[in-house]
Design a binder for this molecule. Structure first.
Ligand code: UDP
Length: 316
C-alpha cells in the first residue's frame, strides 16, 4: 500500500470487500481511481479483494461504518455499499442491518459533506416490499411490512433513502440513490442462502434443488458487470434521484430452477419447501429511467452470466 496521489480522484467504497462492493472497487481501479475499501467483514470477505491488494491505488480499512468514520485522505466520492443483503443474512443479524442502513448512512453522509464528496447510496428493490405494481418504477412507493422479518433491511434502506434526500435538500450534498434489483455473479457467498448460489451449488452436487413455495414468485436477475457499469454511469451523472438498476427479464423461480438444471445437466430433483415469510410475489425493475437518463441497459444474457457464475463456483 503506497501513499495516495493527491492529483488522482479518490473513492471510499463501504462494503468494499462484499460481493458488489468488490466488483465496484476493481472496476474503479481500472478506470484510474484511488480506492479506500472499508468493510467489517461480517458478510464480506477479504478474499474478494485479494487480487487487488498489490495495487498501490487500493487501501483496505477494516471498520464498522455504523461507528464514526475517520478518513485522512481527501475524497471525491463516497459510495455506501455496506450492508448484509441476503435475506438469510439480514434476518440473522437484523440489528447490525438496521444500524448500517441508519447510523452507517448518517456517518457516510456526514463524511461526504465534510469532504465535499459526491455520494452514492446503494438502495434496493426491497424498498418496494411485496409490490402491488409490476414492474416497479421509481415512482412506486412500495408495500412494506415494517415489523416483519424483512423489515430490518427494507426499513433501514428506506430510512437511508430519506436521510440521503435530507442531506441533499438541507446540506446540498450531491447525492444519488441506486435501487439495486437481484444481482448475481462471481464472489457471491456459496452459503449466503440466496437463490442463485443455492440452486447452482445444489445442482453441482446433484443435491435437491429447493424451491420455496410453489415457485410461481418471480425475480429478475442482473449480472454484476452490467450493474457496476450502471452504478458508474449514475456516479458520474448529475442526477440527484433514485434510479432502478436491474435486468427487466422476469422469470418465475420454477423457470429459474429449470434453467439451472438445463445448464448444469444435473441429476438433482426439484423439491418444494415452505415459502419464507413476506417473500415478495413478484419483482421486476422498470428501467425506463436508467435507459433514458443514463443510456444504460444490461447486456449480459442470463444463460451467459449463469455459465460464468457456475465456472467461478466450480473453482472456489
Ligand atoms: N428461493 C428458493 N429457493 C432457495 C432460495 C431462494 O426458492 O433455495 C426463492 C426465495 O423464496 C425468493 C427467490 O428465490 O422467492 C429469491 O430469493 P433470494 O433469497 O435470492 O432473494 P430475494 O429476491 O428474496 O431478496
Amino acid at each position: 500500500m503506497g501513499v495516495f496521489d493527491i492529483k488522482m480522484k479518490t473513492v471510499l467504497v463501504t462494503g468494499g470487500a462484499g460481493f458488489i462492493g468488490s466488483h465496484l472497487c476493481g472496476f474503479l481501479l481500472d478506470k484510474g481511481y484511488q480506492i479506500i475499501a472499508m468493510d467489517n467483514l461480517i458478510t464480506g470477505g477479504i478474499k474478494n479483494i485479494e487480487h487487488l491488494r498489490s495495487n498501490n491505488n487500493l487501501k483496505f480499512i477494516n471498520h464498522d461504518v455504523s461507528k464514526h468514520i475517520v478518513v485522512n485522505e481527501g475524497l471525491d466520492f463516497v459510495m455506501h455499499f455496506a450492508s448484509p443483503a441476503s435475506p438469510v443474512d439480514y434476518q440473522k443479524i437484523p440489528i447490525q442491518t438496521l444500524k448500517v442502513g441508519s447510523l452507517g448512512t448518517h456517518n457516510t453522509l456526514g463524511l461526504a459533506l465534510a469532504k465535499k464528496a459526491k455520494y452514492v447510496l446503494a438502495s434496493t428493490s426491497e424498498v418496494y416490499g411485496d409490490p402491488l405494481v409490476n414492474p416497479q418504477p421509481e415512482s412506486y412507493w412500495g408495500n412494506v411490512n415494517p415489523i416483519g422479518v424483512r423489515g430490518c433491511y427494507d426499513e433501514s434502506k428506506r430510512f437511508a433513502e430519506a436521510l440521503t434526500m435530507a442531506y441533499h435538500r438541507i446540506h446540498n450534498v450531491d447525492t444519488k440513490i441506486v435501487r439495486i434489483f437481484n444481482t448475481y455473479g462471481p464472489r457471491m457467498r456459496k452459503e449466503d442462502g440466496r437463490v442463485v448460489p443455492n440452486f447452482i451449488n445444489q445442482a453441482l452436487k446433484n443435491k435437491p434443488i429447493t424451491i420455496y413455495g410453489d415457485g410461481k414468485q418471480t425475480r429478475s436477475f442482473c449480472y454484476v458487470s452490467d450493474l457496476v457499469e450502471g452504478i458508474y454511469k449514475l456516479m458520474l451523472s448529475d442526477l440527484n434521484e433514485t434510479v432502478n438498476l436491474g435486468n427487466p427479464e422476469e422469470h418465475s423461480i420454477f423457470e429459474f430452477a429449470e434453467i439451472i438444471k438445463g445448464i448444469t445437466k444435473t441429476k438433482s430433483k426439484i423439491v418444494f419447501k415452505p415459502l419464507p415469510v413476506d417473500d415478495p410475489h413478484v419483482r421486476c425493475p422498470d428501467i425506463a429511467k436508467a435507459k433514458k437518463l443514463l443510456k444504460w441497459k444490461p447486456k449480459v444474457e442470463l444463460k451467459e452470466g449463469i455459465i460464468k457464475t457456475i465456472e467461478w463456483f466450480k473453482g472456489n
